[in-house]
Design a protein around this ligand. Structure first.
Ligand code: 5BU
Length: 260
């Protein structure tokens, strides 16, 4: 059962190199916190990461919301990732035919494939999207989190869709870091990582459909391995203090889970 296996053990079972790295970073830094840096100014993002980089295993970006994007931003982001030992996930949610996705992954102004350790992708278009990403990743240290479930209220993903998504991943195991999902029953494979967004210290909602569960619920009941927190940290008075609170709370839940 993946739920009670420690990250060190799961690192050995992972096929994708980014999954291996991420399990190892979590175990080393004692952090299963992924910070979603949903800010629109590159300086604000870099300043925030200076303060919280040491507390996170993964930084999740939406590169297309940054208003002053530049190649220099990417250079600085990569330097912070090196310095603080975290990985970068571009939450691009690819959702087109394979050919278009391979262009979106490698080209344009963002050239995502050059700097993002991993990306998110929908399964909706069929496995051509994974074939495209797998080819574009070209044996580099790269990987995909496949979206099997969403956190938002009344989303249209059905249990059949979720199951078919997990089956699709089995065709390209070397490309798959894990799944973005909300439920531990979604998959069993211990080498894959469950990334779960929609988390704050208190269960709540926002005005646009986001649903928040607590760390206890998502880790102990729902099987989250890496927990995505955005506004819970980014919008706090002191993001640094709040990041430490999240990091400690999430890690405690994980320790409790693996102790059975
Ligand atoms: P929040 O501020 O903690 O609500 O931010 C959550 C982030 O996770 C945000 O960047 C979303 O785009 C992302 N997300 C999500 O909230 N729910 C999902 O199901 C998926 C991604 Br997939």
């Amino acid at each position: 059962d993946r739920i009670i296996l420690p990250y060190e053990k799961r690192a050995e079972l992972a096929v994708n190199p980014v999954a291996k790295q991420l399990f190892t970073i979590m175990a080393t830094k004692k952090s299963n916190l992924c910070l979603s840096v949903d800010l629109t100014s590159s300086i604000d993002i870099l300043d925030l990461l200076e303060k919280v980089g040491e507390h996170v295993c993964l930084v999740k970006t939406h590169i297309d919301i940054i208003e002053d994007f530049s190649d220099n931003f990417v250079t600085q982001l990569k330097q912070l990732a090196q310095r603080f030992n975290f990985l970068i996930l571009e939450d691009r949610k690819f959702a087109d035919i394979g050919h278009t996705v391979s262009l979106q992954y490698s080209k344009g102004i963002y050239k995502i494939g050059e700097w993002a350790d991993c990306v998110t992708s929908h399964s909706l278009p069929g496995d051509g999207i994974l074939k495209a990403l797998n080819n574009a990743m070209d044996c580099a240290n790269r990987g995909v989190f496949l979206l099997a479930e969403m956190s938002s209220a009344d989303n249209l993903i059905t249990p059949d869709y979720t199951e078919a998504t997990v089956k699709m991943a089995a065709k390209y195991p070397e490309a798959i870091v894990g799944f973005v999902c909300q439920n531990k029953k979604t998959f069993n494979e211990p080498g894959f990582i469950q990334l779960t967004p929609g988390v704050q210290l208190e269960s709540s909602k926002d005005e646009l459909g986001q649903v928040y569960n607590t760390p206890e619920k998502v880790i102990l009941e729902n099987g989250a391995d890496v927990v995505v927190v955005g506004r819970g940290i980014v919008a706090a008075k002191s993001p640094e203090t709040q990041a430490v609170i999240y990091k400690d709370t999430l890690w405690k839940c994980y320790m409790k889970r693996i102790s059975g």
